[in-house]
Ligand binder design. Structure first.
Ligand code: PLP
Length: 415
C-alpha cells in the first residue's frame, strides 16, 4: 500500500490517494465492493474485543462495512471532519441526526423553507414523538433569538433553500447558537464541500444528500453526516451522559445507538459508486455551477421571464452573503418565474433536450414545477406558508454545453 510522503499536498489530491485501513488481499487499486454481511474471528476473545469496540475489526455490515468505511474515510480526508457517517439516503442523514439530539418536550428552530420531506419529518413525523419544530425567518436574527428557549436542541437550515433560493448568514446564526449553547446544523447538499467549507462559518454538524452531486450523476441514493467536533455536548441534556467525551458525544450516540437501531446504513455497492463520484466532484461541480450562472444571466434577458433566482446574480438579495459563503457560484440550480401556472406547464411540455424529472445535479439537466410535484401533496395554504409559488420552474443544471441548454429554454418560451 502506497503511503504519501509529500508535504503540502492539497486536500483534493490527498482524498484521491486515501490509503485503505488494511492492505487489500489482491492489491486492488480501487476499493473492492465487500458484499459481506458478517466477518469471522479466530478466537472468542478476539470476537469479544471487536464486538465491544476495543478493536476496530468489522463484525456485521449494518454496523460497519469496509467499502462504506473507506468512502467515509475519503470524505473525512477531504473535509477534516472529526467523524463522517454514510447512510442510505439524505433523509436518513437528516432523520438520524435529529433522533440523536431531540427528545419529547424539546424543540428545533428552523425555517419553513425546507426540502419537502425534511419539512414533513419535522411537521409530522417528529411531532408525533413530541418534538416541536419552530418555523421562523432565519434571515431575521431577532426572530431566531425569540424562538430559542432552554428546550431548543438545534438551529437547522439548508445552505440555499430550494426552491425559494434563500441564503441565511451562517456566521451570524452560529454566533447566536454559541451564546445559547446549541449546535448549528446545516444541510449543505446544494453546494458541495469541495467549494464550501461550512465549518469555517460555524456549522457544527453538516448533513448531505450524497444522492445529488457526490453520487457522480444520479448513480445511487446516499446520505452523509459530518461531525466537525466543534460543539461541546455537555450543553445537551440528552447527550450529556456521554459527555465524558464532550466533543464526540454526538458521533458516539449516532454510531453506537441510532445508526444501528434504525438500520439506514449505506450499502457497499453505493459506497463504491460514490467513492468514484468523489474523484470527479469538484470538476463536475465547477462545470455545472459555471454553466448555471451563465444560464441564469441569459434567462434574465429573455422576454417572458418574470424573475430569475440565483444567489450569485449581482442583483440577487443574497448576493453578498452568498459570495462570502460559496464564492463566485452558488450551486448548479436556479429558478425562474413565468406569468402563470399554465405558462410554466407549457414551458416544461415544450422542452426538447432538458429532461422532465426531479432530482438535483444529475449530469443531465432537469426541469420541474415544484409546486405541483415535490410539494404537490401539500395543501395550498401550507405551500403558501413555505413560499412555494405556482409560477416557479426549477432547473438543475448538468454537464451539457451551455448554448444547447439556453437554446432549448429559449425555444420552449418562444411560443
Ligand atoms: C434531495 C435532498 C434531500 C433528501 O435526500 P435523499 O437522498 O433524496 O433522501 C435532503 N435535502 C436536500 C437539500 C435535498 O436536495
Amino acid at each position: 500500500m502506497k503511503k504519501i510522503h509529500l508535504a503540502n499536498i492539497s486536500s483534493a489530491t490527498r482524498m484521491l490517494h486515501t490509503p485503505y485501513p488494511t492492505a487489500d488481499a489482491y492489491n486492488a487499486l480501487s476499493m473492492p465492493v465487500y458484499h459481506a454481511v458478517a466477518y469471522e474471528f479466530d478466537t472468542a476473545a478476539q470476537m469479544e474485543a471487536a464486538f465491544t469496540g476495543k478493536t476496530p475489526e468489522h463484525t456485521y455490515s449494518r454496523i460497519t462495512n469496509p467499502t462504506v468505511q473507506y468512502f467515509e474515510q475519503r470524505v473525512k480526508t477531504f473535509t477534516k471532519a472529526r467523524d463522517v457517517i454514510a447512510l442510505n439516503s439524505g433523509m436518513a442523514a437528516v432523520s438520524n441526526t435529529f433522533l440523536a439530539i431531540a427528545s419529547a418536550g424539546s424543540n428545533i428552530v428552523t425555517s419553513p423553507h425546507l426540502f419537502g420531506n425534511t419539512y414533513s419529518l419535522f411537521a409530522f413525523t417528529l411531532s408525533d414523538f413530541g418534538v416541536e419544530t419552530r418555523f421562523c425567518d432565519l434571515t431575521d436574527l431577532d426572530s431566531v433569538k425569540a424562538n430559542i428557549d432552554k428546550n431548543t436542541r438545534a438551529v437547522y437550515l439548508e445552505a440555499i433553500t430550494n426552491p425559494q433560493m434563500e441564503v441565511a448568514d451562517l456566521q451570524a446564526l452560529s454566533d447566536i447558537c454559541k451564546k445559547q449553547g446549541i449546535p448549528l446544523i446545516a444541510d449543505t447538499t446544494i453546494v458541495p464541500f469541495t467549494s464550501f467549507k461550512s465549518a469555517d462559518f460555524g456549522v457544527d454538524i453538516e448533513v448531505i444528500s450524497s444522492t445529488k452531486y457526490i453520487s457522480g450523476g444520479a448513480t445511487s441514493l446516499g446520505g452523509l453526516i459530518l461531525d466537525y467536533g466543534t460543539f461541546d455536548w455537555q450543553h445537551s441534556p440528552k447527550l450529556r451522559p456521554l459527555s465524558g467525551l464532550p466533543i464526540s458525544a454526538f458521533s458516539i450516540k449516532i454510531r453506537k445507538e441510532i445508526h444501528r437501531n434504525m438500520g439506514a446504513c449505506m450499502t457497499p455497492q453505493t459506497a463504491q459508486m460514490q467513492t468514484v463520484g468523489l474523484e470527479t466532484l469538484s470538476l463536475r461541480y465547477h462545470r455545472a455551477a459555471t454553466t448555471c450562472r451563465t444560464l441564469a444571466e441569459q434567462m434574465q434577458r429573455l422576454k417572458g421571464v418574470d424573475a430569475v433566482s440565483y444567489p450569485s446574480l449581482p442583483d440577487n438579495p443574497y448576493h453578498a452573503v452568498s459570495r462570502k459563503q460559496f464564492g463566485d457560484t452558488s450551486g448548479a440550480m436556479f429558478t425562474f418565474e413565468l406569468p402563470s401556472r399554465e405558462a410554466a406547464f407549457n414551458f416544461i411540455d415544450r422542452l426538447q433536450l432538458i429532461r422532465r424529472a426531479t432530482n438535483l445535479f444529475d449530469n443531465k439537466t432537469l426541469a420541474i414545477h415544484p409546486a405541483s410535484t415535490i410539494f404537490g401533496s401539500f395543501t395550498e395554504e401550507l405551500r403558501r406558508s413555505m413560499h412555494i409559488n405556482q409560477r416557479t420552474i426549477r432547473i438543475s443544471v448538468g454537464l451539457e454545453d451551455a448554448d444547447d441548454l439556453f437554446n432549448d429554454m429559449a425555444q420552449a418560451l418562444a411560443h
